[in-house]
Design a protein around this ligand. Sequence first.
Ligand code: FE2
Ligand code: FE2
Length: 279
Amino acid sequence: MKTRITMLCENLVGKLVGSGEHGFSAFIETDKGDYLFDTGSGRSIVANSLILNKDLRSIRKIFLSHGHYDHTGGLSEVLKLKGKVDVHAHPHVFLDRIAVLKEEDREIKRFIGIHYKKRYLESLGAYFVFNTDFIEVEKGLFLTGEVPRHTTFEKPDPRLFSEMDGRTTHDLFLDDQSLILDTDRGMVLILGCAHSGMINIINHVINKMGKEKFHALLGGTHLDFLTPEQLEESINVLKKIEIEKIGVSHCTGMKAAFRLHQEFGDRFFYGCVGSVLEL
Ligand SMILES: [Fe+2]
Ligand SMILES: [Fe+2]
């Protein structure tokens, strides 16, 4: 399977093309057709697709990693171009999401969930296909579904909340799912924000796929929002996994990206806007 994955939306620009935003989206080209994993926050997806020569009208399916605005915000713009298309997601993708942040001495609440009603997106052509379990969505393309939490060192981000049945609770992120491309050179794992924990996700993938060789790890790892101990424990486990390339970005953040580069050397690259993984 010939595959090319291009970072369409990302926090940083490093290739002198496109615009950065707080968000993530990857455009995936395969022999079977094109796919979109996440849609960024909506500010750059169309402009970046034009400058990077990726035709959003060609996509066969859209996959949403979770309901945060920085992964779902571009969905309406994509649908306006594409029209009818399957959108794969966990049913919790439509939950209301809140971040409680400290700014100077004040506590600020921000709505960070999906900005659209399901009915509106359906009127633009979205056909939602919900999954909670691990599934093969196309031959060689898999979604993780809900990820069991087994590691002791991966803790949820304490600033993030969701609302269900009128109750606000710490966000469990059952909707956090990642995409796997099963290629001849190993698995390519694309994370959204890895809210279930990067190592939990990798272990779940190894368990479900019955394979241990990863060609690449891409997307957001959320490592910058964790304690330094958690970052080091994650890196220690990552070092034991057979993984050729680490091209993470977005909520990985600078501190964690520098540590990964230090640890993995040439096997690490920062997945900025316009960076490409080809195999
Ligand atoms: Fe994110
Ligand atoms: Fe997120």
